[in-house]
Design a protein around this ligand. Structure first.
Ligand code: HEC
Ligand code: HEC
Length: 374
């Protein structure tokens, strides 16, 4: 319980007057209890709750409805570190033939996804096997990729470099190229205190940049903070999505539970997802829940980009979910309730309007996240 000034004052007065044994003791005791009771719990002030609160340093600001900032004890964020990460993210030196960067597949204008491509293409136009994921609000997550095969961003950061279907090279080869650029020597020195360039530092700098990408300024957020009112359709869409159980998995305020689910997309599972990574049969067909934030900018949808529009995704949830693997999944329970009370065309329109209200223009236009080579 926090100490408050009344409590301290009364305590000092008690000691000063040495009233511990006098009849006044009871009076003091009552005052002390009152001070403890009322002084320490402030009534909820609605202004404090809805106002945008900057919780941390000027480096990253997060509004009050988001989870608290996460600390990385072994990777202290700094302006120079984040800036170095931004250069690396957009530098084509990170690829085998200097043709691609992380930013080639994670385009800011599409909330850091791959230019509306179903599947990404790596160097030499080699076709990848999954739809590129957005890279914002990753600070709060502890599992990455559709199959959750990475648990920390500095571990993830070197994976696209080594992936034969992405940048197709080695961290050592990249480091050798970076060492030839005097500007990088300076940038590594500013970020980490000395100018040695190593794969570990490359990964830490990329992690810093990824962590800095926060998306919390959509119309939905502004409405939550009392800065505007959602339109009738947006509000109705939120309510429909809520009734239909969407937020069981796409949990507010990140709009993901960061867990994996089998949503019943296929009768025969080809991409095993989480099960492919863990080797567990009952995890086959499970994929990480993607955030619904900025989803209007990130078509096509699902791990393989099979649905071109949000209407198609809602149609799927409404009447195309398949009971695969014989496993009951939340999605299926949801759909069984859903079949009794299907999502009407006007409700579908409303859900799409709600999803559109999650678009954060600030994220896609913020120069802090943009390509420094342009
Ligand atoms: C060739 C296109 C391509 C390139 C280049 C690429 N990515 Fe990706 N990225 C993808 C795809 C596709 C996925 C989903 C892969 C999967 O789940 O198996 C992904 C997933 C991710 C994720 C996971 C996000 C989440 O929510 O789990 C992060 C983070 C990421 N990439 C960062 C990077 C970084 C950093 C680089 C550069 C070092 C990079 N990517 C380069 C296509 C690319
Ligand atoms: C059982 C948990 C669960 C429920 C319930 C659920 N989703 Fe999903 N959602 C997921 C998972 C997991 C994926 C990714 C599936 C995949 O790619 O295989 C996904 C994908 C999506 C996507 C595509 C996002 C992208 O970036 O590709 C949208 C949009 C979406 N869901 C909206 C909804 C809506 C609207 C509802 C309610 C009608 C809903 N979800 C209910 C777990 C769920």
């Amino acid at each position: 319980m926090p100490l408050n000034p009344f409590f301290l004052l009364i305590l000092i007065a008690m000691v000063y007057h040495r009233k511990f044994s006098s009849p006044l003791f009871t009076v003091y005791l009552v005052m002390l209890c009152m001070a403890l009771l009322f002084g320490s719990c402030k009534p909820d002030d609605p202004d404090i709750i809805i106002k945008k609160v900057i919780v941390d340093t000027a480096l990253i600001s997060v509004s009050s409805e988001m989870p608290p900032l996460v600390n990385f004890p072994d990777n202290k964020l700094s302006k120079a570190g984040i800036e170095l990460g931004r250069f690396l993210f957009y530098d084509k030196l990170l690829s085998e033939d200097n043709t691609l960067s992380c930013g080639s597949c994670h385009n800011q204008a599409m909330a850091f996804t791959d230019n509306h491509k179903k599947l990404s293409e790596g160097t030499q136009k080699k076709l990848g096997d999954r739809n590129a994921m957005p890279t914002f609000n990753l600070m709060w997550l502890d599992s990455f990729f559709w199959d959750s095969r990475a648990a920390r961003l500095n571990q993830l950061a070197l994976m696209p470099i080594k992936n034969p279907l992405e940048l197709n090279t080695t961290p050592e080869a990249v480091v050798a190229k970076l060492k030839l650029v005097p500007d990088y020597r300076l940038k590594f020195k500013n970020a980490f205190g000395n100018d040695s360039i190593t794969p570990e530092k490359l990964a830490l700098a990329l992690e810093q940049f990824l962590v800095s990408m926060v998306s919390d300024n959509s119309r939905f957020d502004k409405a939550k903070r009392g800065e505007l009112k959602l339109s009738g359709d947006e509000q109705r869409g939120f309510e429909v999505a809520s009734q239909k159980g969407c937020f069981n998995c796409h949990k507010t305020s990140l709009f993901t539970d960061n867990l994996s689910h089998n949503t019943g997309l296929d009768r025969i599972i080809t991409d095993k997802g989480l099960g492919g990574f863990t080797g567990k049969y009952n995890q086959e067909g499970k994929f990480k829940t993607p955030s619904l934030r900025n989803v209007a900018l990130t078509a096509p949808y699902m791990h393989d980009g099979r649905f071109e529009t949000l209407e198609k995704v809602i149609e799927f949830y409404d009447h195309e979910v398949i009971d695969n693997l014989g496993a009951r999944n939340i999605s299926l329970d949801f759909i069984e309730q859903g079949t009794r009370n299907r999502i009407s065309p006007s409700d579908t329109k409303a859900v799409v309007a709600f999803l559109n209200s999650l678009t954060d223009i600030n994220l896609v236009t913020n120069p802090k996240f943009s390509d420094p080579f342009k």
